[in-house]
Design a protein around this ligand. Structure first.
Ligand SMILES: NC(=[NH2+])NCCC[C@H](N)C(=O)O
Length: 484
């Protein structure tokens, strides 16, 4: 496998190549301000306990990623980092003791850096204030804030004195959804939900202005509304909307992109993405995976993700296997509507757009990717959410069993509450280890990150899963080693 060199900043051509750089956002204090009546509007299932979410859950994610991507920042310092007297300074982008890695990167930190420029500050404050419809007096107050305070306020909606001036963007922790790296391009997404639109503004400013992305500016792809969309009446608008969120987009192979058509990503967006990617020669194959528009599924990455070139974790009812289970139950014969969900899987190839290829089942598509695109030498295998057993498949899909992040081929991070799915990993020969234990082993030199293989790393998830996104959703990979 070709390694990427240190000067390379952006390149992702698979879901499983060794992860080198990633954008993540630690739960900010905005999450601690959600009140029950707003939880659903802000796309959370419940209010969360911020301190638990950070200290007992998310911080383990950060430490795991640092150990794999930038060990110099963490090794030998574990005790000090987590000493209560340091009050989590290591994890706070605005603190002088912040880990400040260019491999594990927080948009809050990038934001504070670009806000050093007066011109960018003027423009971004104006954009956010217009979007949030705040008064001129507040706009002036924001201008007077130093960059790191301003970055926090633009994300959380909270001024340094504690006053809330607009709502938080609690879903900013799901950095997967803000943009997608496709080879050496980044596609900015276009959130479907009002609660996530400010994330889009902040991300756009970061990507177009931060030096980290300077060489790639011409490679940033923006998806826009249809021409004269604003002239449509309100009834027509929903049918012509252009929205796409990153959880629906997967760079599965150097030549091939998957895109979900879902609650969040529309047909018109997919049409635009295909044209744009083919015109710019970014990939030569795009496959649409159309799933039911339901909160439970939201994006395709809530129903399947990749573990190895030849291995995927998937939600049974979306598969042919699910259909076989239905048949065994004789439900169809008894007149019960099949529980299996029929997906539409349509593949477009550059130059042959008029003649798309259809796949019968999700397994067929994923097998084709594993064998043909990724040239796996082993047969394709599937790990079923909840072991494919009713009702665990459904229960664990809801808490992100199908949503794992590969730090390298065969080493994935998942949530600890999905017991039956973990058993299914074990049956496929995986080691299961709690993130906390693995980090301690790294710290004690009992094992090195490079030696970890075929492992499911379990992240504590009681609070995180209330936000309905897993370790795949809380990551935006920008650099992976090449897969072929
Ligand atoms: N890539 C993902 N599946 N992201 C999950 C996002 C969850 C978030 N609460 C939302 O509803 O928007």
């Amino acid at each position: 496998m070709e390694k990427t060199n240190d000067t390379q900043r952006i390149h992702v051509d698979s879901e499983v190549g060794r992860l080198r750089r990633v954008i993540i956002h630690s739960p900010d204090k905005g999450l601690g301000k959600i009140i029950p009546t707003k939880a659903q509007d802000w796309l959370f299932e419940d209010i969360v306990h911020l301190e638990t979410m950070r200290k007992k859950e998310y911080d383990y994610y950060v430490k795991t990623l640092l150990y794999f991507l930038d060990p110099g920042k963490i090794k030998g310092k574990l005790q000090e980092i987590d000493d209560p007297k340091n009050n989590r300074a290591f994890y706070k982008p605005s603190h002088p003791d912040y880990f400040n890695s260019d491999k594990v990167v927080d948009p809050e930190f990038l934001l504070s850096q670009i806000l050093d420029s007066k011109e960018i500050k003027d423009r971004l404050v104006a954009a956010v204030c217009a979007h949030e419809r705040v008064s001129y007096a507040i706009q002036t107050q924001l201008h007077a804030l130093p960059p790191s305070d301003l970055a926090i306020t633009l994300i959380t909606g909270i001024l340094p004195d504690g006053k809330m001036i607009f709502g938080p963007v609690p879903n900013f922790i799901f950095t997967r959804d803000i943009g997608i790296t496709i080879n050496k391009h980044i596609m900015l997404t276009r959130p479907a939900k009002q609660a996530r639109t400010r994330e889009g503004i902040l991300t756009k400013f970061i990507l177009f202005n931060h030096p980290h992305f300077a060489e790639y500016r011409n490679n940033i792809i923006e998806i826009t509304d249809l021409d004269e969309f604003f002239l449509l009446d309100d009834e027509e608008k929903p049918f012509k909307a252009v929205t796409v969120e990153g959880g629906d987009v997967m760079t599965v192979a150097p030549n091939h992109l998957l895109i979900g058509c879902s609650e969040r990503t529309t047909i018109h967006a997919i049409n635009q993405v295909i044209h744009e990617l083919f015109e710019r020669n970014v990939v030569d194959k795009v496959t649409m995976v159309k799933i039911p528009k339901r909160r439970a599924y939201m994006h395709i990455d809530t129903t399947f993700t990749q573990v190895k070139k030849n291995m995927w974790v998937i939600f049974g009812p979306f598969s042919r296997y699910g259909k076989e289970m239905d048949r065994r139950e004789l439900l169809e014969g008894l007149g019960h509507p099949p529980e299996t969900i029929k997906l539409e899987l349509v593949q477009f190839e550059k130059g042959k757009e008029g003649n798309p290829r259809k796949f019968e089942s999700l397994e067929d598509l994923l097998d084709d990717i594993s064998q043909k695109d990724l040239k796996s030498t082993e047969p394709t295998e599937f790990i079923w959410s909840g072991g494919g057993e009713f009702p665990y498949g459904q229960r664990e899909q809801w808490t992100d069993s199908c949503n794992v992040l590969a730090v390298k081929e065969g080493v994935v991070i998942g949530y600890d509450r999905n017991d039956k799915t973990a058993e299914a990993f074990q049956e496929k020969g995986f080691d299961i280890i709690r993130a906390e234990d693995l980090i301690q082993k790294f710290e004690n030199d009992e094992i090195q990150p490079e030696e970890v293989e075929n492992t499911l790393i379990l992240l504590p998830s009681g609070e995180l899963s209330r936000a309905r996104g897993g370790s795949h959703c809380i990551s935006m990979p920008i650099l992976r080693d090449r897969i072929l």
